[in-house]
Design a protein around this ligand. Structure first.
Ligand code: HEM
Length: 428
């Protein structure tokens, strides 16, 4: 890791958006200080645009959990560390939490019921079909740029695949993809003015985007009731063997959750993967030379390295202690996966990108527990398929210039990144 000189504890404020605009190496250094000096550190909340937009006062503050074992502990004890008040720092009203976040904002037994039903969307048969679609889709995306010798990697390659796969999974028609893509950017980009029309309040824009996605799900479900198809929407609205099915509202919220949880994270993992490989041409060459052998560990390392979902909140339900910190009911705790994934007590050389790292107990998909990422297998396949085709067809692809970072304390995002390669590439 680059030596950035001393960072003192008092200089670190995770609630300040300016902190998240700093280069990743500087943020990493701050988290290293937190892990060493104050692994459960209290930060005051700041008023954000979301507080004003949906009229919720800012809370007192939260404890940032930065060491790997502590993040594992919190994830494993949902009875003490609840998800029901939401996974963002702000206290959104319950209706909002359910509408936008579905089961990610719930505790068992409600969470378990929903997770049981929607697991139909991730069955081996569905995954097999989707993998075939991934190969076709990635080839199509590469075809579109191959002769140019350059592309805007995020918009041309990394972003379309995960969203296309989610749409396909739910049976959303291809012609609606752009519609979904635009709304997804508003939901995910949150406060980023780039995605919100001038003069429109950010909170209103987020709710409108969610509402429009819900309406699209309603239209799709209505058509499947008339004309059932072998897709996930049909499976989720029809009762399964145990007589369980999703209501229309639950289906809409599930789709919104997939769009938010599944498209953005995977897109950033792929983009950070390209950045890491560009800085290490030998690693890229090694993976290309022996793709299958390295694929499993390489994908896990990309997820550890990228940590696309950086933070998830829990709320304390009973008096407890985490590390040396006493916690009371109602206290907010935010787990920082990016920090846990660089914990030097757990990972040898955590600041090295090592495609063969094994074991790799990263927490990029969340800690062990009821909310562990439902789409982890899907995301792994998407990342593997993308790099399989990229390394084979555009063997000298590399990022050029600086990535444009998303300013967010929860998502380690890249908004734009230019890439270059020899025009024409290798034949398929
Ligand atoms: C590299 C890509 C991905 C990353 C880094 C990631 C990360 C995460 C994390 C950290 C959680 C845990 C939330 C918590 O504990 O509160 C989570 C949950 C979840 N993820 Fe992912 N995710 C990825 C891809 C996907 C994909 C592709 C999908 C689906 C299309 C998906 C769907 C979900 C769902 C539905 C949950 C909620 C599970 C529950 O509450 O039981 N994710 N994800």
């Amino acid at each position: 890791m680059r030596d950035l000189g001393p960072v003192s504890l008092s200089d670190i404020d995770l609630s300040d958006l300016a902190f998240w605009a700093r280069p990743i190496a500087e943020r990493d250094e701050a988290f290293r200080v937190l892990r060493r000096q104050r692994p459960v550190a209290f930060f005051e909340e700041r008023q954000t645009f979301l507080n004003s937009a949906i009229n919720v006062p800012k809370g007192r503050g939260y404890y940032a959990v930065t060491r790997h074992p502590d993040v594992v502990w919190v994830s494993k004890h949902p009875d003490i560390y609840s998800s029901a008040q939401g996974i963002f720092v702000q206290d959104f009203p319950p209706v909002f939490l359910e509408f936008i976040g579905s089961m990610i904002n719930m505790d068992d037994p409600r969470h378990a019921r929903l997770r049981r039903i929607v697991s139909a969307a991730f069955s081996p048969r569905v995954m097999g079909d989707l993998e075939e679609a991934m190969h076709v889709e990635v080839d199509r995306l590469i075809d579109a740029v191959v002769d140019r010798g350059e592309c805007e990697f995020v918009a041309d390659i990394a972003a379309p695949l995960p969203l296309a796969i989610i749409c396909r999974m739910m049976g959303i028609p291809d012609e609606e993809r752009q519609f979904v893509f635009d709304r997804a950017n508003v939901l995910i980009g949150g406060g980023d003015p780039e995605y919100i029309a001038e003069g429109v309040d950010a909170g209103v824009a987020v709710l409108t985007a969610a509402q429009e996605l819900a309406e699209l799900t309603e239209r799709t479900a209505a058509s499947r009731r008339q004309d059932p198809r072998p897709d996930v929407t049909t499976a989720l609205i029809n009762a399964n063997v145990d007589g369980e099915a999703l209501t229309q509202a639950e289906l809409s919220s599930f789709f919104i959750l997939l769009v938010v949880a599944g498209s953005e994270t995977t897109r950033h993992a792929i983009t950070h993967g390209l950045l890491a490989l560009t800085e290490r041409p030998q690693a890229a060459a090694a993976w290309r030379a022996d793709f299958d052998r390295l694929s499993r560990t390489a994908v896990e390392e990309i997820i550890r390295w990228a940590s696309p979902a950086m933070a998830m909140r829990r709320t304390v339900t009973e008096p407890t202690t985490l590390g040396d910190q006493r916690l009371e009911p109602g206290d907010k705790v935010v787990m920082y996966y990016n920090s846990a994934n660089r914990d030097e007590e757990v990972f040898a050389d955590p600041f090295e990108f090592d495609l063969a790292r094994d074991p790799n107990p990263h927490l990029g998909f969340g800690g062990p527990g009821p909310h562990f990422c439902l789409g982890a297998h899907l995301a792994r396949r998407e990342i593997a398929v993308t790099f399989r085709h990229l390394l084979a067809r555009l063997p000298d692809i590399r990022a050029v210039g600086q990535p444009e970072q998303l300013r967010s304390g929860t998502v380690n995002g890249v908004k734009r990144l230019r890439a270059e390669f020899t025009p024409g590439g290798e034949p398929r």
